[in-house]
Design a protein around this ligand. Structure first.
Ligand SMILES: Cc1ncc(COP(=O)(O)O)c(C=O)c1O
Length: 468
């Protein structure tokens, strides 16, 4: 262990990070790579003898950086754009140095209690009642898996020992994230027991269709045990009518889980808090600070009004992990699959303290304002159309042409390296998605991207007409 070498290369790494973030616009957002390029470039075998940090860092720049998709780039507009912000990055560095493992309160009191404190603060910011207990997992997929496991526990506590839960059915919308169905598969409850409820013209779950599906299953002797609503769906960011869905959940005694992985963060903005209307009646809610709260990947928060049921579903304490009971000592290992847990609350704490609620709300407001402005420009352009409402900072639009033309347009824009957009399919048509969520995105980034999209579309229209 050479502390001096660590100090020297540590400074070098921090300088590299600072330069990277300052000059990030010089990088192509998407790398020009073929699958296998990185594997072919790196040695087939690990070194027998240790290497100096200078050599490793040089190879990092030479072989790794050119193959990066730059998620922290202000013109990353694909999927849901996000940000590893300065305070979050510093906290991640510290978390690596501390290397603590928060399986039990005793295994790291600071980790456990900071998680309680930050999640209490965040709960207040988004306006959830105090009874909601929070826990951090890595991703929303895993948060939702735990929520559905708790729902099963509430419906059929014997399933934990018996090993199956026949007749239980989950309801979610056609637009819900695939993580809902994956959770059901993982829990061994069968994909056939997921009902995908139709949506309205704005891609929101239809409560009337939900009620019909629930009643149909009840008549067939099935048990509706869990309903998953979404605030900010992945394809279009639509917001399901949670209060009406909560009515159905209460009527049939099902657990209501709300997937606010992306959209939930917007409730930090006081005038947008109504997006979570009805969520106080939900049994659980997930939101991802690693999506739109400027916290580095990974950090997903699950809130539940029923922590005792989540605990009942997962607690299993072997002798070697038994510690003295104390009413204030939370052992987070009791609330999930994993034993070991990273110090994720540290980065959330740094981010929340550094920007404050006002700072974060201003970034989110700005992203939404940019999205509204750009959506307006797209709507007015004769060659383009808006394909879905824009309640948050995601714009769904398409070139007024064939699916193949839209696909070619997306490929050409992304191949330019100047911006990165993704796609979805809505009402059977290929649609471009432009999601704004990076802390460094300026209006000029959007203007330039929109100019690029129009230029590429015009060029392909010209080459098509000359070919005809
Ligand atoms: C609405 C929604 N839910 C869940 C997820 C899954 O998120 P994660 O990657 O954290 O599992 C996503 C991902 O984009 C999402 O948009």
């Amino acid at each position: 262990v050479d502390h001096e070498e660590f100090r020297r290369s540590g400074h070098q790494v921090v300088d590299w990070i600072a330069d990277y973030l300052e000059d990030i616009r010089q990088y192509p957002v998407l790398p020009d790579m073929k699958p296998g390029d990185v594997v072919d470039r790196l040695p087939a075998h690990a070194p027998d003898r240790g290497e100096g940090m200078d050599d490793i860092l040089e190879d990092f720049e030479r072989s790794i950086v050119p193959a990066l998709t730059h998620w922290n780039h202000p013109r990353f507009f694909a999927y849901f754009a996000n940000s590893g912000s300065h305070p979050g990055i510093l906290a991640e560095m510290l978390a690596g140095a501390l290397n603590v493992n928060g399986m039990l309160w005793k295994s790291c009191p600071a980790l456990t209690e900071l998680e309680q404190v930050t999640l209490g603060w965040l709960r207040q910011w988004i306006g959830l009642p105090e009874e909601f207990f929070g826990i951090i997992y890595d991703t929303a997929s895993v948060s939702t898996l735990h929520a559905i496991a708790a729902a099963r526990e509430m419906a059929d506590p014997a399933a934990r020992t018996r090993g199956n839960a026949p007749g239980l059915v989950v309801y979610t919308s056609e637009q819900a994230h695939s993580s809902v169905e994956k959770a059901v598969i993982t829990l061994g409850m069968g994909q056939d027991n997921v009902r995908k409820i139709p949506v309205d013209e704005a891609f929101r779950m239809r409560p009337d269709a939900l009620r019909d599906a629930v009643e149909r299953d009840q008549r067939a002797g099935k048990r509706p045990f869990c309903i998953v609503a979404t605030v900010g769906t992945t394809s279009t960011s639509s917001i399901d009518p949670v209060p009406a869905i909560a009515d159905v959940a209460e009527e049939c005694g099902a657990w209501l889980h709300v997937d606010g992985a992306y959209g939930g963060s917007a409730a930090v903005v006081p005038e947008l808090q109504a997006i979570l209307d009805g969520c106080d009646r939900a049994h659980s809610l997930v939101l991802n600070p690693h999506k739109w709260l400027f916290t580095p990947v990974d950090c997903s928060v699950l809130y539940t009004r029923k922590p005792e049921i989540l605990r009942q579903a997962f607690s299993l304490v072997p002798e070697f992990l038994r510690t003295a009971e104390h009413p204030r000592a939370v052992n987070y290992m009791d609330y999930g699959v994993q034993l070991g847990r990273r110090f994720r609350a540290l980065k959330l704490w740094f981010v929340m303290r550094h920007y404050g609620r006002e700072g974060i709300a201003n970034f989110i407001r700005r992203h939404i304002a940019y999205a509204q402005r750009l959506a307006g420009m797209i709507r007015e352009h004769p060659d383009f159309e808006i394909a879905a409402p824009t309640p948050f900072s995601l714009i769904c639009f398409r070139y007024r042409g064939s699916d193949d033309e839209n696909r070619a347009l997306l490929d050409a824009v992304n191949a330019s390296g100047k911006a990165f957009l993704s796609h979805t399919v809505l009402d059977g048509r290929f649609v471009l998605r432009l999601a704004i969520g990076n802390i460094g995105t300026e209006w000029e980034d959007l203007e330039e991207t929109w100019n690029l999209i129009r230029q590429v579309a015009k060029k392909s229209a010209m080459s098509r007409s000359s070919a005809e």
